[in-house]
Design a protein around this ligand. Structure first.
Ligand code: HEM
Length: 450
């Protein structure tokens, strides 16, 4: 493949997307705006439909970047956190600036985070400062350099076993299934592996199934409950209580290979005893951050790869060669088209400016990461699937101060957990992904040649 010029994170604006893309893009945006102008229920349904469909969101964002890259709406689109109107930013430079200027564009999660922890702060809900740094350093200090290798080996083994099981079951039912193996990606693999990680590395004694169910509603409540649904809140508060109890109950027996075990050992050795409430809050934050995210990202990466048969074949070759490093860029590129976190939101604590735009205090600011990753001013040939992009082209798990704590985990685990499946010939959907009314997949049936 010919060498491309290096990708500049922020550069002079290039021509807008091709005219052929503008037709569907305008139609997509018109649908969104119609929904936003309609009554509450319709508005939420429209918003969910847009967010849930990366293609529609990409189309809408392409138009916004061109005609209104800083779009102000009277409505607060994120009702679970109070705000006065919404500013949607879609250009790569604006998105980067909003996430970099964390003192002027603050995270909003604090109140819901404290409701879940029982009153303690977790660093994702805090602005930069001594408390944020203490919280993050406390969690960092529990990690051993060997941990990532062990967790990745577990993921690899579990993924291989899941694919082998599906193959063996297909062998048993060969007549009925016409030779195809079937696997439900979520329970068999994408949610199960991070849940096992929470048990075996974090040190939480609970069943993977319980951790998956609870972490999913907790994540929904904290980050995706755009309509502030009281049923989501009730479910999340109950899940938080269960998860806190499981973490607390794990403190006595957690082994030295676990984060909880290491924290507890400090109290008995030279180090200071951990404050149990802070430890529970930290572990709760990790569980919420780790399970639904890795699970959905794995599903979205597979879903997107299935839309690019040529790329899938090349990814399969890398996976069949057991080369996770060669497989990885296919996954990052698939997620650039179909990301787990298409946008982040922040709120202005006081009036500020973004370029020429005056932004009043209390405004919700949507930084559309998906759009930034498709902005031709920052990413060459944004509509092409290219596996030679530098890592800086990707904004898959946040930017700036709050950039994902699990960055290295994600980069190691996603290729390890997906390689055995992507290596299979004839991989295809056996049904659509299904979330049971939530934005998180509970089931994603796939088939492959047994
Ligand atoms: C592909 C999977 C993942 C995705 C898409 C993802 C996404 C994100 C995003 C977007 C943020 C920033 C939120 C914001 O700025 O508002 C974040 C932060 C965070 N993530 Fe992840 N995450 C993933 C996996 C993980 C894992 C595996 C862990 C734990 C092992 C984790 C723990 C955290 C924590 C603790 C933060 C807060 C960082 C801070 O405030 O400094 N995440 N993640």
């Amino acid at each position: 493949m010919p060498e491309d010029p290096p990708i500049r994170p922020i550069a002079a604006r290039q021509p807008p997307p091709g005219v052929d893309r503008l037709g569907p893009a305008i139609a997509g945006l018109a649908g969104v705006l119609r929904g936003l102008a309609a009554s509450e229920g319709v508005r939420e349904a429209a918003l969910r439909a847009v967010i849930g469909n990366s293609r529609t969101l990409r189309d809408a964002a392409a138009v916004l970047r061109l005609v209104r890259p800083r779009l102000t709406l009277r409505q607060n689109l994120v009702r679970c956190y109070p705000a006065d109107g919404t500013l949607i930013v879609t250009r790569a430079d604006d998105v980067a600036e909003v996430l970099a200027r964390e003192a002027e564009f603050e995270v909003v999660y604090g109140p819901r985070m404290r409701a879940l922890t029982g009153g303690c702060d977790f660093f994702l809900g805090l602005q930069d400062g001594p408390e944020y740094r203490r919280g993050r350093a406390a969690v960092d200090s529990l990690v051993d350099p060997q941990d990532l290798g062990r967790v990745t080996a577990m993921a690899r083994a579990e993924a291989l076993a899941a694919v082998d099981r599906a193959r063996a079951e297909a062998g048993a039912e060969r007549e009925a299934e016409g030779g195809a193996a079937r696997i439900d990606l979520v329970p068999a693999l994408s949610a199960r592996i991070p849940a096992r990680m929470a048990c075996e590395w974090f040190g939480i004694s609970a069943t993977p199934a319980q951790l998956i169910a609870d972490s999913t509603i907790l994540f929904f409540y904290l980050f995706s409950d755009l309509g502030a649904d009281p049923r989501v809140e009730a479910g999340a508060l109950a899940a938080a209580e269960r998860t806190r109890a499981a973490i607390r109950a794990s403190m006595a027996g957690a082994g030295p290979e676990t984060l909880i075990g290491r924290a507890m050992a400090r109290g008995q050795g030279a180090g200071a005893a951990p404050d149990p409430d802070s430890l529970v809050a930290s572990l709760l934050g990790l569980v919420i951050g780790a399970i639904p995210t890795l699970s959905k990202a794995a599903c979205l990466a597979v879903q997107e790869l299935l839309r690019w048969p040529g790329q899938l074949a090349a990814a399969r070759a890398a996976a069949q060669a057991g080369d996770e490093a060669a497989l990885a860029p296919f996954l990052w590129e698939a997620l650039r088209f179909n990301p787990m976190t298409p946008f982040l939101y922040r709120r202005t604590p006081r009036p500020t400016r973004l370029g020429t735009e005056e932004v009043p205090a209390g405004r919700m600011v949507l930084a559309v990461l998906l759009s930034a990753m498709h902005d031709g001013a920052a990413v060459p040939e944004p509509e092409r699937f290219r596996t030679d992009r530098p890592w800086e082209a990707y904004r898959l798990w946040g930017e700036g101060l709050h950039r994902c704590w699990g960055d290295a985990v994600n980069r190691a685990l996603l290729p390890a957990m997906l390689a055995p499946l992507i290596a299979c010939e004839g991989l295809a959907e056996a049904g659509p992904p299904e979330g049971g009314g939530t934005p998180f997949f509970r089931s994603y049936p796939l088939r492959f040649a047994a």
